[in-house]
Design a protein around this ligand. Sequence first.
Ligand SMILES: [Zn+2]
Length: 507
Amino acid sequence: MFIRIRSYCLSGIQAIPVSVEVDSSFGLPGFSLVGLPDNAVRESRERVVAAVRTSGYSVTGRRTTVNLSPADLRKEGSALDLPLAIGMLLANEEFKVINPSRYVFLGELSLDGLLKPIRGTLSIAMALIHKKDTILVIPQENVEEASLIEGLKILGVSSLLETINQLKMRESSKLIVSRGISYKQERSFNKNLDFKSIVGMEGVKRALEIAASGNHNFLLVGSPGSGKTLCAKSIASILPEMSDSEIIESTQIHSCIKNLSAKQYSFILERPFRSPHHSSSMVSLVGGGHKLLPGEVSLAHNGVLFLDELPEFRREVLEALREPMEDGEVQISRASGSIVWPARFMMGAAMNPCPCGFSMDVKKECTCLPDMKQRYWLKVSGPLLDRIDLQIRVPSMDISKLKANSGVESSAEVRERVKKARIFQQKRFKESPKLFNAEMNSLEAKAACQMDKKTEDFVLGAAEKMLLSARAYYRVLKVARTIADLRESEVVSPIDLAEALQYRMLK
Ligand SMILES: [Zn+2]
């Protein structure tokens, strides 16, 4: 008998429909599996046969052919165990189901017939969002994650035997319709990192506010202990709350790594702030590996990727960041096909001004030789520095100012301004997929900064004196545009431009 079972495979965060076609006939017993399966799928036959036997059924003794279609998509992972088992049982006429095509099956089987959770449930639930007649049959532990999406019919099961028994019923007793989750009240911020706790760094905080408003990349340069890392981490507290679609998108990426219902993972309600160690490999930062998993740049999607001790990162790792910084996504190509992971993030970085760290310090003397300093700066490549809009000098914290705590703004107050500035700039991007000033190209930057002749002469003159490259010049315009947006002004004034020029200390 021939049977077709519906299932899904993941490609990045996209869920792609897969049919498991099983044909079973009398004849010399045998089993063949075709349709570009990877090793985990290839091994599934052994798991399925054992799981079926321990559930009190049998699928051996016949000639079975299984085809996974579409044939050109590589099928990965063990989530196809359950559709395969159900397909083989139905093809062997071990039991009957009314209208099997209304079910989508996913789940990994263990030898004793129990179901283990799978990765990427949220993406699969998203794919079924408009298929209201479909019933999603998944391991019980994945039900919570799938329920994030409203209006899905979900059947959570914990073993193969339970699945069979539920399917035999006219109306499955465990079938639920998901309600969706409202995140409104759950959105939160890390209260330990508030602008209020950073005293006497008004200039740095102002620069971070601009960075947050226009999604500009930033670099903090200062002596050891000056508080660079603390300042960078606190930027998360002034970024606006995530929208519902951003929450889903970020959560989808995490869900592709591990089942989210497991306790250590929860839904991503706070904007991601990823701070990978400087010894990180290329794969852990950009993604890939034999499972083609997302890297830190994708985990930082919709949030901040912070690289502390920037020159300590390996050069090829930093070079690999250029593509996601430009395109907002990472494409990983392998012989088996390519996968695209979203990676739209704000990059933050921090570094000392020289190897000893004190060349900018007023109290301590720098002990570095000139060529040591030069080699140190060479580690951070020119093209990467070029892509950093705001280069900020962090002064050493003044102990006397630490006591004065009054009149300091809290992150919540700054966040309101950032939100307004973002709304103001997004009016300009109504007809473009871009969201932020940082994403503008040079033409758009020029058009967005309508300058009169006098102002333009002033900026060009300053840029010439500072030996700015053409790319750096347009970065200045973008930052100036954001500064004007913070005032909710259509016009970019000379003062805005002068301030933007200040943030090019490294050119
Ligand atoms: Zn030094």
